[in-house]
Ligand binder design. Structure first.
Ligand SMILES: Nc1nc2c(ncn2[C@@H]2O[C@H](COP(=O)(O)OP(=O)(O)OP(=O)(O)O)[C@@H](O)[C@H]2O)c(=O)[nH]1
Ligand SMILES: [Mg+2]
Length: 448
C-alpha cells in the first residue's frame, strides 16, 4: 500500500542556528527535487549531505540555502524514501520551505506519523516507538536512560520472549488437541503447568516495574504542607536550588500554591509549596488554605513540615489523607527544640544548613525507592498501556494454570493461553492493533 508522501518541520518552533524538515514517502525524492536547486535527485548519494537552494515555485526566488540528505527506503527511519532538509533556523524560513514542499505535492504529517510509519513498515515494535516519545519528554537523566534502554529494545525483547514461550505452549497443546491419534505427549499437564508458571512469573516481574515507569515518566506529586511559618517555602527553595518562593518571618506569607519540578537523584518530583494550614484569618488566606487542602488531597507524597522550635499545638489543625505517603520533617533543627518534641516525630532538618538538606535528599530518595524497582539496576519499566495489556495476560495465565490443575479439557487451557498471547502481543503490536495505534501515535509531536 502506498501512503501519501508526508512533510513536517522536525525541530521545535523558535529561532535556532539550524532547523530540520523531513519528507517521507514514495514521492519524497520527486517532491524535494521540485523545490531544491543543486545536484539533481538521480545523483543524490544516500545519507550524504548536498548543498543547494530552496526556490519558491511562484517566482523562482531563493528562500534559503540548505543541506539536503536523501535516505532511500527501506534503509531509512520510516522504511520509505526519506529526505531531510537542514535550513537556517528561522520561524518564517522553515514555514516557507514547508509550504513549498506542500505545494510540490507533499501532505502535512500528523503527530507521530513518521514513527507510525516506521512501526507499520516493520522498522521497530511499539515499545520502541513509545520510547522515542519518552526520550523526547524525559526530564531527568534517569528517565532518559530508561527511555534509551527501551529504545534499544530491552523491553521489546522481554515481551518477545514471553510471546515465544506462549506460542510454544500453545503449539504443543493444539497439536495434542488436533491430532490425538498421533499420540503426542501432552507434556504431562505438570510440565505444562510449570512452563505456564514461569511465563506468569516473567509477566509479574514486568508488572512490578509499572511504578518505576510511572515515576520516571510523570514524576511524583509531592506537596509540602504544615502550619504557617514552619519553613515550607524555605524547604522548596532549598530543594530547588534557588529562591523561587517568598520566605518571611511573618506567618501566612505563602498564599497561592507554587509548583516546580526538581530532579532528586534522577527521580522527577513535582514539588508544590502551599499556604500554611490554620483557621484562616481573612478571605485571601482562607482561599490559599482551601488550595492547600486541594493539593494535599491530590498528593502522592506529602512532606509535613513541623517547626521543631514551636509547640505541637499548631499540628492539631492538620489532617492528612491516608492515600499518600507522608514524610514528617522536624525543621529548624539548628534551633533549640521545643519540649513538645522528643526528636522521634520526624526527620530532623535545617533549611539553613546545606549538609542537612543533602541528608534529607538521601532520606527522600530512600523513602521513594523503597518497594519499587527503582535504584535496583535495571531501568526496564512499563507504561500504563503495557500495564493494562500485561494485567490481561496475567489473568488469562492464572485461569489457564487453574484449569490445568483441575485437569479440565485442554481446549479451555488453549483458549486462555490464546487470550494471554493476544494481550502480550498488544504490547509490541503483533496482533490486532489498529485501535491502539492511533492512541499511541497521537501523543507524538509532528515531525517525529
Ligand atoms: N533557624 C531557622 N529558621 C528557619 C528555618 N527554615 C525556615 N526558617 C525561617 O522561618 C521563617 C518562615 O519561613 P518560611 O519558609 O517563609 O515558612 P513557611 O512555612 O513557608 O511559612 P508560610 O508561607 O507563612 O506558611 C523565615 O524567617 C525563615 O527564615 C530553619 O531551618 N532554621
Ligand atoms: Mg511559605
Amino acid at each position: 500500500m502506498n501512503r501519501p508522501t508526508i512533510a513536517a518541520i522536525a525541530t521545535p518552533p523558535g529561532i535556532g542556528a539550524v532547523a530540520l524538515l523531513r519528507l517521507s514517502g514514495v514521492d519524497a525524492f520527486a517532491v524535494a527535487s521540485k523545490v531544491f536547486r543543486g545536484r539533481p535527485s538521480d545523483r543524490w548519494e544516500a545519507r550524504r549531505q548536498h548543498f543547494g537552494r530552496i526556490v519558491a515555485a511562484a517566482d523562482g526566488s531563493v528562500v534559503d540555502e540548505v543541506l539536503l540528505t536523501a535516505f532511500p527506503g527501506p534503509g531509512s527511519f520510516t522504511g520509505e524514501d526519506v529526505v531531510e532538509i537542514a535550513c537556517h533556523g528561522g520561524v518564517i524560513v522553515t514555514r516557507r520551505i514547508l509550504e513549498e514542499l506542500l505545494n510540490a505535492g507533499a501532505e502535512l504529517a500528523g503527530p507521530g506519523e513518521f514513527s507510525e510509519r516506521a512501526f507499520l513498515n516493520g522498522k521497530m515494535d511499539l515499545t520502541r516507538a513509545e520510547a522515542i516519545m519518552d526520550l523526547i519528554s524525559a526530564q531527568t537523566d534517569l528517565a532518559m536512560k530508561a527511555a534509551g534502554e527501551q529504545l534499544c529494545g530491552r523491553l521489546g525483547e522481554r515481551i518477545e520472549a514471553i510471546r515465544l514461550a506462549l506460542v510454544g505452549l500453545l503449539a504443543h497443546l493444539e497439536a495434542y488437541i488436533d491430532f490425538p491419534e498421533e499420540d503426542i505427549d501432552p507434556d504431562s499437564s505438570n510440565t505444562l503447568k510449570e512452563k505456564a508458571r514461569a511465563v506468569l512469573a516473567e509477566v509479574e516481574a514486568l508488572l512490578a516495574t509499572a511504578d518505576q515507569g510511572r515515576i520516571l515518566r510523570e514524576g511524583i506529586r509531592t506537596v509540602i504542607c504544615g502550619a504557617p511559618n514552619a519553613g515550607k517555602s524555605s524547604l522548596l527553595n532549598r530543594l530547588l536550588g534557588f529562591n523561587r518562593a517568598i520566605v518571611n518571618e511573618s506567618a501566612g506569607t505563602t498564599r497561592d500554591t507554587i509548583e516546580e519540578l526538581i530532579n532528586l537523584r534522577g527521580i522527577p518530583l513535582r514539588l508544590v509549596d502551599t499556604a500554611g494550614l490554620r483557621e484562616g484569618l481573612e478571605a485571601v488566606e482562607r482561599e490559599g488554605i482551601e488550595r492547600s487542602r486541594a493539593q494535599i488531597a491530590r498528593a502522592e507524597l506529602i512532606l509535613l513540615v513541623i517547626d521543631s522550635g514551636a509547640g505541637a499545638g499548631a499540628l492539631e489543625k492538620i489532617s492528612l489523607p491516608g492515600s499518600a505517603k507522608v514524610v514528617r520533617l522536624l525543621n529548624k533543627a539548628d534551633l533549640p527544640r521545643h519540649v513538645d518534641w522528643t526528636g522521634d516525630e520526624g526527620f530532623a532538618v535545617s533549611c539553613l544548613n546545606e549538609d542537612s538538606v543533602e541528608a534529607l535528599r538521601d532520606h527522600l530518595y530512600e523513602t521513594i525507592t523503597a518497594g519499587t524497582t527503582l535504584g535496583g539496576g535495571s531501568l526496564v519499566s512499563i507504561n500504563v498501556r503495557h500495564q493494562h495489556c500485561l494485567s490481561r495476560a496475567k489473568a488469562d495465565l492464572e485461569t489457564a494454570i487453574e484449569t490445568l490443575a483441575e485437569g479440565s479439557s485442554p481446549e479451555f487451557v488453549a483458549m486462555d493461553l490464546r487470550g494471554a498471547l493476544d494481550a502480550v502481543g498488544d504490547v509490541i503490536g503483533r496482533t490486532d492493533i489498529e485501535e491502539i495505534l492511533g492512541e499511541i501515535f497521537s501523543q507524538f509531536c509532528i515531525g517525529k
